[in-house]
Design a protein around this ligand. Structure first.
Ligand SMILES: NC(=O)c1ccc[n+]([C@@H]2O[C@H](COP(=O)([O-])OP(=O)(O)OC[C@H]3O[C@@H](n4cnc5c(N)ncnc54)[C@H](OP(=O)(O)O)[C@@H]3O)[C@@H](O)[C@H]2O)c1
Length: 314
């Protein structure tokens, strides 16, 4: 990839896409093209095909997706399977037709079977039933990974896929209805500090183990894969390190500076006891994370404080 190669990042305003654009720019890539959802709806095949024919991107990162929390996934499964399938079909086919040199497709950890052995290896894909609540989304994403693999097999296209673990960082979602655990904790502890509350309630008993990757590290890994990987199999992107929800809560509380108590509401579900990626393949390719969890939380909290609260929909 040359520094002036034309690189199209789809989904550049999202958590993942925005970090990938930052990372590409930091590394000196200077010909990045983007379109907002309003400018080009990726479900509109004619618009996507026209855009590729006119712009002729050389590299494509597909970080646009219709995403949502467990409730949205469970309530609107048809939207999740349809919108994501069609976005992928359009972008992958247009990339093939226009001889894109390389495409990176972003998957998600929900592609793996519900009871996959931990830490989850890439080879666990399609080895068992999926979590029912987000099956529509997962099936669309699995089909995206497979499309990349099959375009490589049938046509020799250099289309690769990666599967990032739980991400956090700037542009995270702080809406308590559908946010992930880390931004939800930042918001809860921050609001409790500001209001002088005596305690913060968190769900479960704090025992589940989870893996967290700072989004700029994920982006760095994506660019690294674009530069160094052309295998047929997708690659997990994570740290391989586990943190309990209780440890995480302690870290976030200290960084935010909340001095009250944490009350664990054990009437609420814990979720799966352990979820962590096996990252030996990524390490073998030559990449490791740089930002540790306390540093990443500090950076995310600083970003949170710097934002207009209306933009964050608080
Ligand atoms: N967040 C995580 O922890 C995580 C972890 C692993 C993998 N991933 C994967 O990374 C990808 C991106 O996730 P994210 O967290 O960055 O999501 P996000 O913050 O919601 O961003 C998604 C982006 O896609 C765009 N988009 C959605 N539908 C579109 C359409 N029809 N046409 C054009 N643009 C459209 C959105 O634009 P608008 O906002 O304008 O609609 C937004 O810029 C997904 O494939 C996800 O599975 C995320």
């Amino acid at each position: 990839m040359e520094k002036n190669s034309k690189i199209y990042v789809a989904g550049h305003r999202g958590l993942v896409g925005s970090a990938i654009v930052r990372s590409l720019k930091e590394k000196g890539y200077n010909n990045i093209i983007v379109r907002t959802h309003k400018e080009m709806d990726l479900t509109d095949q004619a618009a996507v095909f026209r855009f590729f024919a006119e712009e002729k991107p050389e590299y494509v990162v597909l970080a646009a997706a219709h995403v949502g929390g467990i409730n949205a996934n469970n309530t609107y499964p048809a939207d999740f399977i349809y919108i994501n399938s069609i976005i992928q079909c359009n972008v992958i086919k247009a990339s093939h037709d226009n001889k894109v040199k390389k495409l990176l497709f972003l998957g998600s950890s929900c592609i793996y079977p519900k009871f996959a052995p931990q830490p989850i290896k890439e080879g666990a894909l399609l080895s068992g039933p999926l979590e029912e609540t987000n099956e529509g989304y997962a099936i669309a994403k699995i089909s995206g990974l497979k499309m990349c693999q099959f375009f490589k097999k049938q046509f020799g296209d250099d289309f690769i896929s990666c599967m990032p673990t739980n991400l956090y960082g700037p542009n995270d979602n702080f809406d308590l209805q559908n946010s992930h655990v880390l931004p939800a904790m930042i918001r809860k502890f921050h609001e409790a500090k500001v209001s002088g509350a005596a305690e913060v309630e968190l769900w479960g008993d704090g025992s589940p183990l989870r893996e967290f990757l700072y989004v700029d590290d994920m982006a760095d890994a994506c660019v690294y894969l674009l530069e160094n990987y052309s295998g047929a199999e997708h690659v997990n992107i994570g740290t391989g390190k586990e943190t309990s929800i209780k440890e995480l809560a302690g870290l976030v509380r200290d960084i935010v500076g909340f001095e009250g108590e944490i009350r664990w509401n054990t009437d609420m579900p814990n979720g799966t006891p352990r979820k962590v990626c096996d990252v030996s393949k990524l390490h073998a390719i030559g990449w490791k994370e740089k930002v540790d969890l306390p540093e990443g939380i500090r950076r995310e909290y600083e970003w949170f404080l710097s934002q207009d609260k209306e933009d964050l929909k608080l």
